[in-house]
Write a protein that binds this ligand. Structure first.
Ligand SMILES: NC(=O)c1ccc[n+]([C@@H]2O[C@H](COP(=O)([O-])OP(=O)(O)OC[C@H]3O[C@@H](n4cnc5c(N)ncnc54)[C@H](O)[C@@H]3O)[C@@H](O)[C@H]2O)c1
Length: 287
């Protein structure tokens, strides 16, 4: 795959949450100048702090020198002003999983950036084609689906919308590879490859637990030891966030029908406010 990376120097990342901060970090580590935008100064600060912590952990583990970590950090500017993304060569969106918010943002970015700037979305389940339709540059819009945690996970799923040009798809692969990632490509169909298969796997794990097939520990042990995945479905759901997993299930259910029906116990846990690791309790308890 070849894509003209010479055209890319400055990367705009919109959304400084879990994914946006990780994307900003790996782009800066690869030598790109990065501008990271969120809607509130505190959220920008939190995103930058998350990057400091993550870089610090990589240094402590000996995966990165202190000088490289500092250089990467110096390449990232935080902002609340979308206009600061005006000179970006690629804009990567990692805001909340809401089609209207994403379309609004893409429409604003489309007005703001140069006509040859690429726009990418990190959406997990929404249609790239629908997001691109808010712009006048659908051929330059692509899915760059990073995995969580971004600095650690090796893979990026490149998602090709109805109007995404071949050159844009190639650029997406080359850019992700330049960030040290390996890629695969999916068509713009609900859930792409990863979530189409992962989300029903998680729901089935939850149902198996709810129906008494085994204890939660044994379901997770069975899947880790039996199929060589690093985490079983219940532990993984807790890590993803049960609200996030439920939202993805609901989107896929809407698009793909009953085989994607969210597990009842997943809905009940979310209703109870037990969202997994981030709230201290999901299927397991956390400190
Ligand atoms: N968390 C995951 O495991 C994961 C994995 C792959 C993809 N994704 C996708 O990545 C995207 C972001 O997810 P996340 O987990 O980082 O969410 P998050 O809630 O941690 O972060 C989202 C951030 O976007 C900000 N935001 C909302 N509207 C904005 C706007 N108009 N401009 C700038 N910032 C705005 C919010 O303030 C928040 O800080 C979603 O589309 C999600 O589906 C998430």
């Amino acid at each position: 795959m070849h894509g003209d990376l010479d055209a890319i120097e400055r990367v705009g990342v919109v959304g400084a949450g879990t994914m946006g901060s990780g994307i900003a970090q790996v782009a800066a580590t690869a030598g790109y100048d990065v501008v990271l935008r969120d809607i509130d100064p505190d959220l920008v600060e939190e995103g930058l702090d998350r990057i400091d912590d993550s870089l610090g952990r990589l240094v402590n583990r000996g995966d990165m020198t202190e000088a490289d970590a500092e250089a990467a950090r110096d390449r990232i500017d935080g902002t609340t002003d979308l206009d600061d993304l005006g000179s970006c060569d690629i804009g990567i969106e990692a805001v909340v999983e809401d089609i209207e918010i994403k379309q609004d943002l893409f429409s604003s970015l489309d007005d703001l950036v140069d006509e040859d700037t690429y726009l990418a979305t990190n959406t997990s389940t929404l249609s790239i084609t629908s997001i691109a339709s808010a712009t006048d540059r659908s051929e330059r819009v692509v899915g760059l689906h990073f995995m969580n945690p971004v600095p650690i996970m090796d893979g990026v799923e490149v998602v090709v919308g109805e109007k995404t040009s071949e050159a844009t798809a190639e650029l997406a692969h080359t850019f992700a590879e330049d960030l040290g990632k390996e890629t695969w490509e999916a068509d713009d169909k609900p859930g792409f490859v990863t979530n189409r298969i992962l989300i029903p796997w998680i729901n089935e794990g939850i149902r198996a637990f709810d129906e008494g097939v085994a204890s939660k520990e044994d379901i997770d042990r069975g899947m880790t030891l039996g199929t060589n995945v690093p985490m079983g479905p219940l532990e993984l759901a807790d890590h993803i966030g049960l609200d996030v997993a439920l939202h993805a299930s609901e989107t896929l259910h809407e698009e793909l029908g009953d085989r994607y029906t969210p597990a009842y116990l997943l809905k009940r846990k979310v209703a109870a406010g037990d969202l997994g690791k981030k709230t201290g309790e999901g299927f397991y308890e956390y400190d």
